[in-house]
Design a protein around this ligand. Sequence first.
Ligand SMILES: Nc1ncnc2c1ncn2[C@@H]1O[C@H](COP(=O)(O)OP(=O)(O)OP(=O)(O)O)[C@@H](O)[C@H]1O
Ligand SMILES: N[C@@H](CCO)C(=O)O
Length: 315
Amino acid sequence: MSVYTPVTDADASALLEHYTLGELELLEGIAQGIENSNFFLTTTTGRYVLTLFESVPREDLPFYMGLMDHLATHDILCPAPMKRDDGAFVGELNGKAAAIVTRLEGEPHMHPDADDCRATGRILAAMHVASIEYDAGLANAKGQEWREHFAQVAAPRLSRAENDLIASENRYQAMHDDSVLPQSIIHGDLFRDNVLWGEQGGGVIDFYFACDDVLLYDLAITANDWCVTREAALDPARAKALIAGYETLRPLTELERELWPVMLRRAALRTWLGRIGYNHFPRDSHMTIPKDHEFSRRLLVHHIEHARELQESAA
Ligand SMILES: Nc1ncnc2c1ncn2[C@@H]1O[C@H](COP(=O)(O)OP(=O)(O)OP(=O)(O)O)[C@@H](O)[C@H]1O
Ligand SMILES: N[C@@H](CCO)C(=O)O
């Protein structure tokens, strides 16, 4: 996160009265992340994370909570949402929807090697396979329609070259027919900071971009953060390892291999636009760590200029 909405010890204690999680011992704001307000919450029964939802539509919360609950009970290491005494996963605190989930152990690997990427690919595939039986759905709020709409909103803040690049990439993406690719529930944001490595392996957090979409797109979002160099180029060795790990559980189809460069470009565009949003239209936060939008622009340009290398990474 960030902490947009402060929470006092007294607020947290009052919230805990609606759960069977014991008494408050410690409450700490978390600076990482950018979408929600997050706090580490230690009680007499264990370690949890309290999230106040700042921009996630309230009606979508049952989908996210249900998904985490489903995955946590299907062998995926991820936060388990805690039920309130009234049976709901979501309550309210300081005017915001609020939920408590279990806190995972471990730290992100911010300088991953090929082994980390292989393990991450396998974790992503395991989530894709486990999600098949989750019987809820949610359209992608950051899909083509959003990309085109946001391009108009952001246009006055951007240079002509940036606007031309976004418009041209949006046209290119609109030409591709997604319906030919396997679709199901995607995590949508499996960046390095969303996998915490502990004794039990990699645990996944931050499901608030999850939705129904193309599975290969999820792999591309992951590759664009795990398998790139500081110079904003794809590292073929790490990309191959990510895909190899993924394919231990779900082999890619020929069509997916063919459309890999398209999805890498789409993922780079989504992240670039999202970061333009965070930078040019910031919300008022007490703690936030900024995201590098220029890096995402350079990554998109790299992908446009190196189609053949991208294709080879999925061969
Ligand atoms: N269940 C959890 N267990 C351990 N740490 C967590 C957990 N949930 C969140 N965190 C910590 O809080 C930080 C912020 O969480 P998260 O990434 O979900 O924030 P956000 O604002 O929702 O997301 P985003 O990354 O989309 O900006 C994480 O980087 C991690 O350090
Ligand atoms: N993972 C995204 C932020 C999502 O909130 C980024 O790094 O731009």
